[in-house]
Write a protein that binds this ligand. Structure first.
Ligand code: NAP
Length: 639
């Protein structure tokens, strides 16, 4: 995959150009073409999308307006061709602002405009790059150890590298990619559109689909690691066993196990945990699990050596992972029994498995910046609009929704189930009875219904009593005799940073300090654990909107700016003030109880054993951006 592909010159005829644009959404199309050609006159007022954000897939654009917009865009591209395909100049800030305002259908708030300009990163502009380097400040010996070479670790290594900070990346696996390396189950793909689920600083127009497969995502992260010179800084097959803060030396002492089984001590001035939230498989405590005599494995440890063809297979779980591999297994197994405890909410996504259309491919090949504009279009269309739909109304009295807007979503989603599952018995089994957005939704293009209509697939929604040596015994005494059991049972998400041991000031143990209640300030810093930064830490997961890469990029910026704060102050350490950390966490906890995922009683990996939401960010995407632009020195004890 190429991160900055060169545009191909337009040679197509006028009719061919117009035909290519036939299914392209017009707001990002018009601004991409205006940006390419510099002709802002094509942004006609009568072609603006509606300013209101809503679920309306047309954004208020009528078919007639769309036709006109495509013709105007095609004409402009034809003129660009006739002018000899001049090279693109980066639009100046007022032009970018005008383009963003047109696309949003309104004059957007200044902070949002700045945020979106960063996300857009048009023509290679990198607004989140540090505007300093370590040589400006002096202490070139400052070294950061990053644990994990997945999506977050690569972002941190890139940004720290831009500032000239020495980094070493400690990776337990033999390659980069993290979750995209480990989750190789059939059907694995991203569920946030690629043009948004990618780094702002490494955009590409080469995604083959809107929701690409695991192999494509892994290829992307490998390309980033290679192109940015990160791979050479990674110590592969090097697992962190313990990280301990030395009070006397004011630095981290990191004990690792290397590929040959030896242990080694690595010293670092700051430590970044980029280990993700979903990497410790959860194997359920079902009696008899160890006695099963067939093959069994967890989805994140997929055993490709087990040939499922002709086998009787049971799958436990119907979460986001299982929903992706159940259809694939159904095609191979002789008989598949799906054991569902809680049904997922399906989000209708007709193009979920589709390749980009020929027209979209043509446009991206000839106007690669369309990918950038599509990215901010996706962002704008989904950024905060969904939050009210997941917000609790205290006066609302239902276990199936948390408020009127949430209930309207429930009704809309339910209609999709009615169409997909005409069999009333199956409909009753698959329809969730908990509020939408209290769990992660599952994208669906009709494959869920097609899978359960197969003659070799059985859906059992009873309680599992035990695993026997030859199958799964249910509480109602049904026994499913199977050859293979696949656990799609999720991860021990609340056990942040396990199985590492992390010791802070005075030798205190992080997991004892947390005692099951993982917390951090902005998800990033913890009192008494100086110079430790968590990426994708507590309460930085999102359920309904945004992309987790957005959070990681902002966390990386905060870490780089923290390094600057430390170095400029001429001190060795920073640790968050306990009162700042505690007050922040009280606000997060209170806000999470106001959201569907905090209020609903349904099981989720978002909550820990005590029922507190340890994973999710309950505020707006803008607020995370605003709060992480720079560390506030008043929040920290610097010494
Ligand atoms: P999950 O959402 O936690 O789902 C686990 C499933 O296992 C649930 O259906 C759960 O049922 C079931 N389960 C757990 N213990 C069980 C038991 N003892 N008996 C019966 N059933 C049991 O885990 P996941 O599917 O791996 O997904 C985790 C997260 O990973 C997602 O929410 C998403 O954020 C991310 N993910 C993303 C993608 C993507 O498309 N990019 C793909 C996969 C995963 P209950 O619901 O009743 O607990």
């Amino acid at each position: 995959m190429h991160l900055h592909p060169q545009p191909q010159p337009i040679a197509a005829s006028d009719d061919e150009i117009l035909a290519a644009l036939a299914d392209i959404e017009t707001p990002p199309l018009l601004v991409a073409v205006a940006s390419l050609t510099g002709d802002l006159s094509i942004l006609r007022d009568d072609l603006r999308p509606s300013a209101s954000q809503s679920f309306d897939p047309t954004a208020g654009i009528t078919p007639e307006q769309a036709d006109t917009a495509r013709r105007i865009a095609a004409d402009a591209l034809g003129r660009h061709r006739d002018a000899g395909n001049p090279s693109v100049t980066r639009p100046d800030p007022p032009t970018v602002r005008a383009l963003l305002d047109f696309m949003a259908g309104t004059s957007i708030e200044d902070d949002y405009a700045e945020l979106m300009t960063e996300e857009l990163a048009i023509a290679g502009a990198d607004h989140r790059a540090p505007d300093w380097t370590i040589s400006d400040i002096g202490d070139a010996t400052f070294r950061v150890a990053i644990v994990g070479a997945g999506m977050s670790g690569i972002a941190a290594a890139y940004r720290l590298g831009q500032a000239g900070v020495d980094t070493v990346i400690l990776e337990k696996n033999a390659d980069v990619g993290g979750t995209w390396l480990e989750n190789r189950y059939p059907g694995c793909r991203v569920d946030v559109p690629n043009h948004f689920y990618s780094y702002s600083f490494a955009q590409t127009s080469e995604w083959p689909q809107y929701f690409s497969t695991q192999a494509v995502l892994l290829d992307y992260f490998r390309a980033c690691a290679d192109e940015f010179g990160i791979r050479g800084r990674v110590r592969f097959e090097t697992e962190v066993l313990e990280a301990a803060w030395s009070d006397s030396d004011q630095r981290w002492e990191v004990t690792v196990r290397t590929a040959d089984g030896a242990t080694e001590l690595i010293l670092a001035d700051a430590l970044v945990s980029a280990v993700g939230q979903l990497n410790q498989p959860n194997l359920p405590d079902i009696p008899g699990r160890e006695r099963f005599e067939g093959e069994s494995f967890h989805s994140a440890r997929w055993d490709a050596s087990v040939d499922l063809a002709g086998k009787r297979v049971a799958i436990i779980g119907t979460g986001a992972s299982a929903a992706q591999f159940i259809p694939a297994v159904a095609e191979q197994a002789a008989a598949l029994t799906v054991l569902q405890r809680t049904p997922p909410w399906l989000l209708e996504t007709p193009n979920y498995h589709d390749d980009l259309s020929g027209g979209a491919r043509w446009l991206l090949d000839h106007v690669p910046e369309f990918a950038n504009w599509d990215r901010v279009w996706i962002f704008w269309r989904s950024h905060e609009v969904l939050i009210p739909m997941a917000t609790v109304d205290d006066a609302w009295d239902s276990t199936e929704s948390v408020g009127l807007m949430n209930d309207l979503v429930r009704q809309m989603f339910t209609e999709y189930y009615r169409v997909q599952f005409p069999d009333p018995e199956l409909f009753e089994k698959v329809l969730p009875r908990y509020p939408p957005f209290s769990k992660r939704f599952v994208r669906d293009n009709g494959i869920w219904a097609r899978t359960f209509s197969r003659s070799n697939v059985t859906l059992d929604v009873g309680s599992i009593a035990a695993i026997t040596p030859t199958g799964v015994a249910m509480a109602d005494r049904t026994v499913h005799e199977v050859d293979v059991i696949i656990y799609g049972t999720g991860f021990k998400a609340s056990n942040f940073l396990t199985p590492m041991t992390v010791r802070g000031r005075g030798g205190r143990d992080l997991h004892e300090t947390w005692d099951g209640e993982a917390r951090a300030y902005l998800g990033l810093t913890i009192p008494d654990f100086p110079n430790l930064f968590l990426m994708y830490g507590p309460n930085t997961n999102i359920v309904i909107n945004g992309s987790i890469i957005y959070f990681s990029e902002l966390e990386a910026r905060y870490i780089v700016e923290s390094a600057r704060m430390l170095l400029k102050a001429g001190v060795r350490s920073m640790r968050v003030r306990p009162e700042i950390h505690d007050e922040y966490n009280r606000a997060v906890d209170a806000a999470n109880t106001r959201m569907a995922w905090g209020a609903a009683s349904v099981n989720t990996w978002y909550k820990n054993a005590s029922g507190r939401v340890t994973q999710n960010w309950p505020f707006s995407l803008l607020e995370f951006w605003q709060r992480t632009r720079h560390p506030n020195p008043d929040d920290y004890i610097l010494e």
